[in-house]
Design a protein around this ligand. Structure first.
Ligand code: TYD
Ligand code: MG
Length: 449
């Protein structure tokens, strides 16, 4: 008989300590350590020994995937759902996780598959109501109001589903532990149990996980390393567009994104996202520039707006949404040092349209163009797209996937694009637009502003 011991676990990062601390040494969060009791009974081995297999005797075929019914979602998953995989769908409460998975269940059921939907959050009646609103009515979607994860394999044996949806991991528990559902040890234990079932029974499982900022429930961060795929569902609640982003994928590339729109009939795919991030009927105004940012394997054309105003009281303000604030500061410092613009005597506000967060360094040039355009009160031509990374020395550095970006810009009907100099690498003749190569900020400012 093992004895029960207690320990303190950080619900932000999973750090463990035998005594309570105000600040977590792992992630520096305050007040995040919760007491959990665990049994230190050793795990019992039940399985027989298995023989190791030589690598070349294993089949090298790609696992057969099946479609989620939404081609955009499939792309984020790396080409569809892999049987035997565990996929974590994380996101803020109310963002649409349950809606998305119920829709996927409906589409997969229509393709002749069986789905087990385990809900610990909503009553079956609530799910039924949502399903009828979404037009889903299949006899191969089985709903269950169950929170005990140890019974999962029995339900799977009975129903033989192809896909299992667990909504959400924070509401289920394993009776092997005494801690409450949603605590870090329960999250870990239940996820590991589900993972084992997924692998052993070769079933694909979606796990819903809430991300909460106030920390009342442990975030899915502590689960990321256990599962096969992590997909985050992001967006602003009062904005109808939602982004799906793969943060980890054992079966495909990460950083693929998909754009969905929340409508009265649930989530709808947006196959041509570039149209969404550009304001319709744009008029010429200073401070607006268009950039082509690579999001996964796809270039997106996005509008950046800057407002430079004379300094209010105190320190200059730098308010940014959609890019890292340090990047804006860096670009402002380069503009000030290399060209002598006195931006340190100004407040600078910068906004990326559509609520996306841009990490691609190629948007530097667009940021600089928007800031300078507002500072100098000179509107930029609205048929122009800016591509280029700015180095500290004021050079414009080459970017990756230039050809892909140019094709998208051409397709969207732009007439002019500013790109970094890349001798011999540009096939200008294949596009209908003017392509201007710039080598430095000086060169750029001379020809554009
Ligand atoms: P939900 O899927 O319950 O979010 P989560 O599971 O991530 O907590 O999404 C709920 C929100 O979506 C709710 O505010 C209502 C909205 N919604 C629509 O706008 N249209 C719809 O067709 C549905 C089903 C929900
Ligand atoms: Mg939900």
């Amino acid at each position: 008989m093992g004895k029960i011991i207690s320990k303190f676990v950080c619900h932000e990062c999973g750090y463990e300590t035998p005594k309570w601390l105000g600040k977590c040494p792992g992630c520096s969060a305050w007040n995040s350590l919760l007491e959990e009791s665990i049994s230190n009974k050793p795990l019992r081995r039940t399985a027989e020994r298995v023989a190791a297999i030589p690598l070349n005797q294993l089949s090298a075929e790609d696992s057969p995937r099946f479609s989620s019914g939404l081609s955009e979602f499939d792309r984020v998953l790396g080409g569809g759902i892999v049987p035997g995989s565990l996929i974590l769908l994380g996101g803020d409460p109310g963002i649409g996780k349950s809606t998305l998975l119920l829709q996927v269940a409906g589409l997969i059921a229509a393709a002749g598959k069986r789905i087990l939907y385990l809900s610990g959050e909503e009553s079956l009646q609530q799910i039924r109501l949502r399903a009828s609103r979404l037009g889903i009515n299949n006899d191969t979607i089985f709903l269950l109001n169950e929170q005990d994860i140890d019974l999962l394999h029995e339900y799977i044996n009975d129903l033989d589903p192809d896909l299992i949806i667990i909504d959400s991991i924070q509401t289920v528990y394993s009776s092997k532990l005494s801690s409450i559902p949603g605590s870090v040890s329960q999250l870990r234990e239940s996820t590991a149990a589900v993972m084992q079932i997924a692998k052993k029974m070769d079933k694909a499982v979606f796990l819903v996980g809430h991300v909460t900022k106030d920390g009342s429930l442990a975030g899915p961060k502590v689960l990321e390393h256990i599962v096969d795929v992590v997909v985050y569902f992001e967006g602003e609640k009062n904005f109808s567009f939602r982004l799906l982003r793969a943060a980890k994928n054992r079966f495909g590339a990460t950083d693929e994104i998909a754009l969905l729109e929340m409508s009265g009939q649930g989530l709808v795919e947006v196959p041509d996202p570039s149209y969404v991030f550009l304001s319709p009927g744009r008029d010429i105004s200073s401070g607006t520039a268009i950039v082509a940012s690579m999001e996964g394997s796809r270039p997106l054309l996005i509008e950046i707006q800057a407002l430079v105003s004379s300094l209010g009281a105190g320190y200059p303000r730098r308010m940014v949404s959609g890019i890292d604030q340090n990047r804006l500061s860096l670009i402002i410092a380069v503009l000030e040092k290399r060209r002598g613009y006195t931006l340190s005597a100004c407040d600078v506000y910068l906004k990326v349209s559509g609520g996306v967060f841009l990490k691609d360094p190629s948007v530097d040039l667009g940021i600089a163009a928007a800031v300078l355009s507002s500072y100098l009160e000179k509107p930029l031509a609205m048929d122009t797209v800016f591509i280029g990374e700015i180095s500290l020395s004021g050079q414009i550095r080459p970017v990756s996937f230039l050809d892909l970006r140019l094709r998208e810009i051409d397709r969207m009907g732009y007439k002019r694009v500013i790109v970094p100099t890349s001798p011999g690498r540009l096939a200008k003749s294949s596009h209908n637009m003017e392509i201007l190569e710039v080598k430095s900020l000086d060169h750029f400012i001379d020809i554009v502003l």
